[in-house]
Design a protein around this ligand. Structure first.
Ligand code: HEM
Length: 127
């Protein structure tokens, strides 16, 4: 073993708990709920695959769905700066819900925040 990845630190069980806690928050968030499907089972399944590989684990998402092309896959949805912040906020809350330690949270959030910003494809309605 040469290097511990974030996935190694968190482990599969906790990562799955994190994703479930995250979508529970998303479902309750007024800025996010409207653009997500009512049933988030499949969304959560894909996100578990994606975050596993994003944090250095096995490439589960790519094995089933091909190249993530995340920005392109998000183009059908209006993603404003407000929604990107809301996404990161729900993730932060979910990390607290799941009891992920502060230092690991910081590393994860840093990477997720950059990716969330990259998804923005529309300005906020009132500038
Ligand atoms: C899918 C919204 C950021 C990863 C989706 C879907 C929506 C969405 C509406 C479709 C859900 C469905 O129909 O199942 C957003 C918003 C974001 C955001 C508002 C704010 C910036 C991110 C970030 C990541 C991510 C930062 C990764 C770190 C994914 C993945 C999928 C997905 C993996 C599934 C793609 C697929 O269908 O294969 N997102 N997303 N999203 N999102 Fe996001």
């Amino acid at each position: 073993q040469e290097q511990q990845t974030l996935f190694d630190y968190i482990g599969e069980t906790k990562l799955h708990q994190l994703v479930d806690a995250f979508y529970a928050r998303v479902q309750e968030h007024p800025d996010l709920a409207p653009i997500f499907p009512d049933d988030l089972t499949e969304t959560a399944r894909k996100q578990k695959q994606f975050l596993t590989q994003f944090f250095g684990g096995p490439p589960l998402y790519t094995e089933e769905h091909g190249h993530p092309m995340l920005r392109a896959r998000h183009m059908p949805f209006t993603i404003t700066p407000v929604r990107a912040s809301a996404w990161v906020f729900c993730m932060e809350e979910a990390m607290e819900d799941t009891g992920i330690e502060e230092e690991v949270q910081e590393h994860m959030l840093e990477r997720l925040t950059l990716t969330a910003r990259h998804m923005i494809n529309s300005p906020d309605p009132d500038g």
